[in-house]
Design a protein around this ligand. Structure first.
Ligand code: NDP
Ligand code: GDP
Length: 325
């Protein structure tokens, strides 16, 4: 049988690293779209040990011609569109860039695939941020959307574009509505990594306080390593579809912090400082996913508890902070 080929946009991000590892372990030939940056963005691929096992092609989601070239060159069976301006907080400062990359970028990719090879299977990285101001206590594929940020709005455009290309052109395009997922490779701007890095600094005497915004909101957090497996499973189905991927448990930022502080014998209340700078113009107060469909149809379930996840991230950050001069 021919070796299966995958193209990943956003390969230098958290999920890109875990998905690359998963696909290589399954015997795929993996190509990544590399958006040119002046600083090193390859550290995650190095950390997870895959950098010398993949091909990288220069390209940008904002440039549809670069996507067409990447598809022609890599000839993938599967494309995973993970590339995005993915940080909610920045999306208010850069709403147009967010729309160009996160919304239009996804349409560029769908259009490039339609022109180059419609049989390519496509995964779109949709998000629980599309539920925003939640319309049901537990959000499933049937829950109405109400995004609360330029990021959420952009992702909703990309989500509906994916469904539209499926319905219009019969393309095998699936959306994973993934709830927050974290790991030692999570960007430092996201709250879990900010907390595990900050707690490690306090424990090692390099900081005394941790400044945060709204710690009363709740998130349904899982482990990125578990979640990339759900992405792959979606593209192995006979029919394309949308799936919520979540743990089914929600926790406040406050309680997540406690897990991190307690792990190294510190008290959260003594170090957390609430800073209005980190509050958002509109907040997503609660997210809680219902992953029943993913379980029934994909045979997928989250395997890592929030405690194990935060402990894993704490171990990595204690080690990283310890190595700093
Ligand atoms: P990251 O922020 O870690 O990675 C984003 C990736 O997109 C990076 O590789 C980045 O490249 C790339 N990128 C940014 N701009 C462009 C561009 N113009 N052209 C091409 N690539 C670009 O995100 P995650 O890995 O955490 O998430 C993966 C995807 O899943 C994202 O689309 C995200 O929005 C979505 N998602 C994530 C969730 C989560 O909890 N992690 C939840 C639900 C959805 P560079 O390194 O060069 O900046
Ligand atoms: P998001 O769900 O994609 O926005 O993921 P984040 O990790 O960025 O934020 C999760 C929640 O943590 C949101 O409700 C934020 O308002 C809240 N939060 C509180 N303090 C902070 C902070 O200092 N940084 C970030 N990123 N989020 C914070």
């Amino acid at each position: 049988m021919n070796q299966r080929k995958a193209l990943i946009t956003g390969i230098t991000g958290q999920d890109g690293a875990y998905l690359t590892k998963l696909l290589l372990d399954k015997g795929y030939q993996v190509t990544g779209l590399l958006a040119r940056r002046s600083s090193d963005t390859l550290w995650r691929l190095r950390w997870i040990g895959v950098l010398d096992k993949i091909d990288l092609i220069d390209g940008d989601l904002a440039d549809v011609t670069s996507l067409m070239r990447a598809l022609e060159k890599s000839q993938p069976n599967e494309v995973y569109n993970l590339g995005a301006q993915s940080f909610v907080g920045s999306s208010w400062d850069q709403p147009l860039l967010t729309a160009q990359v996160t919304a239009l970028g996804a349409l560029h990719l769908l259009e490039a695939a339609r022109i180059v090879d419609r049989s390519i299977r496509i995964y779109q990285a949709s998000t629980s941020e599309m539920f925003g101001l939640i319309q049901e206590d537990r959000q499933s594929e049937a829950t109405p959307f109400h995004p609360r940020s330029p990021y959420g709005v952009s992702k909703l455009f990309a989500h509906w574009s994916t469904i539209n290309y499926r319905e219009s052109f019969g393309m095998h395009a699936s959306s994973g509505i993934l709830f927050n997922h974290e790991s030692p490779l999570r960007g430092i701007e996201f709250v879990t990594r900010k907390v595990t890095d900050g707690v490690a600094r306090i424990k090692q005497g390099k900081a005394t306080e941790l400044r945060l915004g709204n710690i009363d909101s709740t998130r349904d957090w899982g482990f990125a390593g578990d979640y990339v497996d759900a992405m792959w499973r979606m593209l192995q189905q006979d029919e394309p579809d949308d799936y919520v991927v979540a743990t089914g448990r929600t926790t406040t930022i406050r309680d997540m912090c406690k897990i991190a502080f307690e792990y190294v014998g510190l008290e959260a209340d003594k170090h957390i400082v609430i800073d209005p700078k980190f509050f958002r113009p509109a907040e997503v107060e609660v997210l809680l996913g219902n992953p029943a469909k993913a379980k029934a149809k994909l045979g997928w379930e989250a395997e890592t508890s929030l405690e194990d996840l935060i402990h894993m991230m704490m171990d990595a950050d204690m080690e990283r902070v310890g190595r700093e001069a």
